[in-house]
Ligand binder design. Structure first.
Ligand SMILES: [Zn+2]
Length: 159
């Protein structure tokens, strides 16, 4: 089986990075100004570039097929996401909620004891499963925010 695609999202389609991470796809966010930096990372790490920038697909590396680029043809983020899902036949529940939405690092399981004092007391009383990002220290649990994201994954499955 082919390995899952990995991505690098251009600064002009930053929302996609969060949504792909939500689905479990390894996605970098490129905030630099020089496209060449993004292109070099994409080639070195075999990442698909997601962009609104038509200049990138004109590059020889892209036309020759060495560089994989998806040129998003709408401004609307949810439609952009559907375009990516359809182009690569992605599964919106590939590895849901396994990556940090902020920094793309795999999350680690934590016990109630481990998050005590770091999440609101009302959360601690009602939830017994937690995940933590080892890079930024953000803690995730299945609260209302999680439910909203879950609904989003349901919608994306309809693309
Ligand atoms: Zn993080």
């Amino acid at each position: 089986m082919a390995s899952a695609p990995r991505f690098i999202a251009d600064h002009n389609v930053g929302k996609l990075a969060k949504w792909l991470r939500m689905m479990g796809y390894d996605t970098l966010f490129f905030s630099g100004r020089e496209d060449s930096g993004m292109v070099a990372t994409a080639l070195a790490e075999d990442r698909v570039i997601l962009t609104r920038d038509t200049e990138i697909i004109k590059r020889r590396l892209a036309t020759s097929g060495q560089l994989r680029v998806i040129l998003l043809d709408t401004e609307q983020p949810e439609q952009q996401m559907c375009q990516v899902i359809q182009a690569l036949k992605l599964n919106s529940r590939f590895r849901p909620f396994s990556l940090c939405l902020e920094c793309n690092r795999p999350l680690e399981e934590r016990t109630v004891e481990q998050v005590k004092g770091r999440v609101p007391p009302y959360v601690l009383k009602t939830k017994d499963q937690y995940m933590e990002c080892p890079a930024c220290g953000r803690i995730y649990w299945r609260g209302t925010h999680w439910q909203r994201m879950n609904q989003k994954l349901d919608r994306l499955a309809q693309c």
